[in-house]
Design a protein around this ligand. Structure first.
Ligand SMILES: Cc1cc2nc3c(=O)[nH]c(=O)nc-3n(C[C@H](O)[C@H](O)[C@H](O)COP(=O)(O)O)c2cc1C
Length: 176
């Protein structure tokens, strides 16, 4: 699958995965795509914990809301931000950095025939991100920002409808 097809086929997948394995080499390829994402000042403020151990995976799944996708995923990729990575520079780009890394991984997940969903909002409630971080040994000065369940989808993932190009993009001048 080329990059255009991956962009078109990626869709947030929230239902069950099959029990087909996700080989370690594929997980490494997915996370390598995250590592290769651009980052402000090349600060590389995003790091990753790949959870495959069933016992730890189920604890992360439960903390993350226990959705079908999380509880049946073969792996959960935990995306961690270092908010201080470029604190000696004028700007901080931790959020942009982890977002770019996450999208690179979602496209790679799609291209390899897997599915996922960007789980973020739920982690911000009741210090769930902190709890996941402590479970995984994430240093206290780093922040868990996203978790990505990964598996072979039992159903075809579908991307939610997008507004047409002409409502969101123009040549030369905002609004056309
Ligand atoms: C910053 C961000 C946060 C998100 N948080 C969640 C979340 O917590 N739970 C969830 O199920 N989906 C989450 N999503 C996925 C969006 O709901 C999804 O991308 C959107 O509805 C469009 O659907 P699509 O991904 O199929 O195009 C998030 C996406 C982004 C970019």
């Amino acid at each position: 699958m080329d990059v255009f097809e991956a962009i078109r086929c990626r869709g947030s997948y929230r239902t069950s995965f099959t029990d087909a394995a996700v080989p370690r080499a594929h997980l490494e390829k997915i996370v390598d795509a995250g590592i290769r994402a651009p980052s402000g000042y090349n600060g590389q403020s995003t790091s990753f914990v790949i959870v495959t151990d069933p016992e730890i995976r189920s604890k992360v799944a439960e903390l993350g809301g226990g959705s079908a996708a999380l509880t049946t995923a073969q792996a959960i990729i935990v995306v961690v931000m270092d908010p201080e990575a470029t604190s000696d520079r004028e700007f901080s780009f931790g959020v942009e950095d982890y977002a770019a890394a996450t999208e690179n991984m979602l496209l790679t997940i799609t291209a390899l025939g897997y599915a996922s969903v960007w789980i973020d909002g739920v982690l911000r409630r009741n210090d769930i991100a902190g709890e996941i971080g402590r479970l995984l040994g994430v240093p206290a000065d780093r922040e868990v920002r996203v978790i990505l369940p990964v598996g072979v989808p039992a159903e075809e993932p579908s991307q939610r409808a997008k507004k047409p190009f002409g409502e969101r993009a123009w040549f030369e001048r905002y609004g056309g």
